[in-house]
Design a protein around this ligand. Structure first.
Ligand SMILES: *[C@@H]1O[C@H](CO)[C@@H](O)[C@H](O)[C@H]1NC(C)=O
Length: 288
């Protein structure tokens, strides 16, 4: 699979890769995604570089990537809802299908005007999630676009903000912890109302007089292994030779990650002994 290098033209990639369809999205939403729900509340603007998702009292909206991926690196620039966004959630995530699904989540929990957004992350493997870590950002995510990225390869899943790793979920299959490894995932984004969940158990209600609530997306880039169908060889997809497949965090990135976790993490399931009185999940005790 060494010839499967990142290329922009699908046709070229397809001739290079006999088994795989290598997708390297150039950031054109018309080509890369389908708006799947929201009855016009999701809009691709201009030449396809910008996409907005809105939420009002009747509905939210969402889109999904046309391709599915087994491993890859996924970037999205997002500008979150300005002003009073309490009760709203904007998302950018990867997910496979079915009850035993895998999922890698970025979810952005809105807040009252001037109060900070929460950046919520989670990893599901084979239907099991419950691995939340939440962060504040070191900037106002409603003022400008910032890049949120997921790296997913056989060794780990890394969440990045503007290129800084904020979370690493390592493959701990050796400890009996399932890791997303066999099911292809699509990229999804949505804007929805979750006041029950997002705002301290519903204490802060969504102010519908401020609707529609709109989040903006641009710069979608997916460099990954995209099986042309679910029946195609997944082992082939896992073949090395693509930059994202063996990308690791170097020492400086590890230091930065620890610093961000110390300064900006506001919830860590691995520190929630109240929630896990029988003992923390096994991956929590693993050191790198
Ligand atoms: C909203 O802001 C308050 C005050 O800073 C904070 O305690 C709360 O966690 C925030 N809510 C969310 C959903 O981020």
């Amino acid at each position: 699979m060494a010839s499967c290098s990142t290329g922009r033209a699908l046709a070229v990639a397809m001739t290079l890769c006999s088994v795989l369809l290598l997708a390297a999205a150039a950031g054109n939403f018309y080509q890369d995604v389908d708006i799947t729900w929201g009855d016009g509340r999701g809009k691709i603007l201009g030449d396809g570089q910008l996409l907005t998702l809105s939420l009002d009292r009747s509905s939210g909206s969402g889109f999904q990537s046309k391709n599915q991926y087994l491993y890859g690196r996924f970037d999205m620039q997002i500008k979150l809802v300005p002003g009073n966004s309490a009760g709203t959630v904007a998302t950018f995530y990867l997910s496979s299908q079915g009850s035993q699904h895998d999922e890698i989540d970025f979810e952005f929990l809105g807040n009252a005007t001037g109060e900070p957004y929460t950046v919520h992350t989670n990893v599901y493997s084979q239907g099991k999630g419950g691995r939340e870590q939440q962060f504040r950002m070191w900037f106002d995510p409603t003022k400008d676009f910032h890049t949120y990225s997921v790296l997913w390869n056989p060794a780990h899943i890394v969440f990045y903000v503007d290129g800084t790793a904020i979370r690493e979920f390592r493959n701990r299959e050796a400890m009996g912890v399932a890791f997303p490894r066999t099911q292809a995932m699509r990229v999804y984004a949505s804007m929805w109302d979750a006041e029950e969940w997002a705002t301290q158990g519903g204490r802060v209600r969504t102010d519908w007089s401020q609707a529609p609530f709109t989040a903006s997306y641009r710069g979608f880039a997916a460099a990954g292994c995209a099986p042309p169908s679910s029946s195609s060889s997944q082992a082939a997809c896992a073949a090395p030779g693509s930059p994202w497949m063996d990308q690791e965090l170097d020492g400086a990135a590890q230091d930065r990650l620890r610093q961000v976790q110390r300064d900006y993490m506001i919830y860590n399931y691995c520190a929630d002994t109240y929630r896990f009185p029988q003992g923390l999940p096994p991956e929590c005790s693993a050191s790198k």
